[in-house]
Design a protein around this ligand. Sequence first.
Ligand code: IVH
Length: 687
Amino acid sequence: MKEEVINKLKKLASLIEYHNNLYYNEDNPEISDAEYDNLRIENIKLEKEFPDLVLSNSPTKKVGAELTSAFKKVKHLVPMLSLGNTFTKNDVQDYLDKTRRFLQIDNNTDLEFIAEPKIDGLSATLIYKNGQLIIGATRGDGKQGENITENIKTIKEIPHYLSGKFPDELEIRGEIYISNSEFEKLNFSRVKDSLPVFANPRNAAAGSVRQLDSSITASRKLSFFAYNWGHISEPIGNTLVEIRKFISELGFKLNHPVELCSNLEQMIEFYNKLYQNRSSLDFDIDGIVYKLNNINFYDRLGSTDHSPRFAVSHKFPAELGVTTLNKVKFQVGRTGAVTPVAELKPVTIGGVRIQRASLHNKDEIQRLGLVIGDTVSVKRAGDVIPQIVSYNPKLRPKKYKNIIFPQQCPSCNNYLEFEKEDTIIRCLNHTNCKEQIIGQLIHFVSRNAFNIDGLGEKQIIELYNNNLIREPADIFSLASPTERKKHELIIKLPGWGKLSLSNLIVSINNSKEQTIEKVLYSLGIRHLGLGTAKLISKNFNTSKDLINRILNINEDNKKYLINDLKVINGIGEKAIQSFISYFENSKLLFTNLLDHINISEFKLRQDTSHFFFGKRLVFTGKFENLSRTEIKNKSEQFGALISSQISSKTDFLVVGLKPGSKVTKAKELDVDIISEKDFLSYFNSLL
Ligand code: IVH
C-alpha cells in the first residue's frame, strides 16, 4: 500500500513537472488547465491523506517550472507565488471559514474582499528605483525569473517613469496579456506569412515576451494590468482599494471590473456575472480572484510554499480540452448535406464530457490541416456544439491516416453531389436515403413542428429500425386502435410499456390539428423555415386553395404556382425551387399525411372585417410618415398580402416619394394606385 502511494506520488510529480515545463518554458501545453488542475488536486489529496509520504521534490513545494531560458536570471526580492484554487461555492466557503479561523474573526464581523478577474496571461514584476523602471522580469519558478527588461520596455502600458508620489524602491506586479482583438490580428498576419498560429492569447503573450529580439515584442502590442506589489521601501496603503488608487495614479492600468464584497453571496454573484459576461471583455479570463481588502491581514496570514493566504482564485470551468481525433464520421442530415463529424477520445471540458465535435465542411478540415490520430484542442462554448480549434504538430503520430471524403453516401451508397467548389457534399436521394428519412421524421415531431411528446430522436430511430414508420403518415397510423400488432411490437421495445404507448397515442392524436404553415414547415423542405412557410400560406385565400394548388402541380402548370410564389415579398428563388421540387417528388407522402390530420385556418384570417383584409398590396417609393417595414407590418397584421411585384392580381399599388417603374406597370394592368396619405387614412379610419 505504502509503496503504491509513493509510486503514485512519484508519477504525479513527474507528470506535473512535465506539464509545467511545457506550459512555462515551451508555451505549448498539451493538456487543458482543468486537466492540469486535476493532477495537482489528486496530488494534494494524496499528500493530505499520507502526510509522511510527501516527496522532497513534491510539486506542492514548487511554483512553475525550472528555468531553461536564454535570458539572465533575476532573484525575486519577494517570492512570486501562485494562487490557491477553488472551483465551487463550497470551496470558497471553506476558504472563508479557514481565513476567519486563522484571523479569529467571528461570523458577525464582516471580512471584505475585492473580487477581480483572473487574467489568463503571464505574470511579470517591475522594479522601480526612484521612479524609474530598472528591471522587468518573469515569474520563473517563483524564486527567480528571467530578466526581460528590454522586452518589457516595449509595452506601452508599462510606464518607464512613475508619476506622482512613490517610495524610492517599489516593485509592481501584474499580468502581461494580449487583447483578443490583437490576438486575432496577430494570428491573421501569421497565416499570411505562413507561420504557425498561436493556440491562444496566453501562448501568444508568453511567446512574444520571451523574444531575444525586442523589436518583435514591440510589434505584438502587448498590454499590462497591475494587480499586486512585491518589495516596497515604505507602505503604500492600508486597504486594497487605497492601493489600487495609488497604483493607478502612478500611471498603471488596473484590471477591471472589480467589486468590494462583504460576504460569500456577493462574491459568488460577481463570479456568476463575470462568467456570463466574460465574452464582452477584450481579454481572456479564467476565473475570479478574491483578495482581502485589509492589508494588515496579509502579514498575519502569511503563505504556504505555493500561495499566499490573503487571496484565492475561483476558477471558471475550463472550456478548452486536449484530446485525440480518433475518427471522422460522415453524417447525413435531413436535407442530404453530408457533414464530417470528429469522433474524439472522450474528454471533459468545462464539466461536460465531449466525444464528438463539429468539423463543418471540407474547407474547415483543410484550414485546420487535420489528420486522424492528431492531438487536438477542443473548444466548448456554452451549449454550442464543441469545435476543434487546432492540433499539435509535434504530437502527430508517425503513422497516421488522412481524412478521406466519401464519393458515395455513407447511408444509402448513392453517388454524392459536390456543391460550392466541393465544400458542400450532398446526397440527392432524398426519398430513399435512410439517414435523411430518419432526420426528416425527427424534424417532423420536433418542438416547432408537430411537437409530439414522447417521440424524440431515440424513439424515432427505434421505430424506424423496427419497420414501424417510414413517413409522417405512419406516425398517425400508430395511434389507430386497429393497429394492435404494431402496439404489441412497440410495448416489447426496450424502454417502452403500456403506459408510454398510451401516452404516445394521446400526444399523437393531440397533434393532429395544425395550421398549414406548420404542416409545410414540418415536412423539412430545404430553405423553408417557419417564416417562409407562413408567408406562403398567408398569400393564399384559404389553406384549401394552397393544398389544391400543391396537389395539382404538374410539369405544365407548375410555372403558374412559381409565378404566384415569386410575387410574395420576402421569398427567395431558392425557397421557391426547393418548394416546387419537393412536391414534385413527394406528393404521395403529403397526401398520405393529409388523410390523418386536420388543417385549421390561419388565425389572422378570422378577422375579415378590415378593408385591406385579403387585399394584395404592392409598395413603391419612399414613405414619409412610417418606415417601409412598419407599414408592411401594420398591413400584414390586418390580413393584407404584400407582394414585391405587380401582377394582374394586385389590388392596390401604394406609392410614396420617387416611385419607380411599378406605376407604369400598374397602369398597364389597371391596378388601383393610392398615395401614402390615402393609404394611411383608409387604413386608420377603417380600424
Ligand atoms: S494576484 C500571489 N491577481 O494568476 C499571487 N494574480 O494562478 C498574487 N493572475 O501568478 C497574484 N490575474 O499570474 C493576482 N487579478 C489577479 C490575477 C492574477 C491573473 C495570475 C498571476 C498568478 C496566477 C496564479
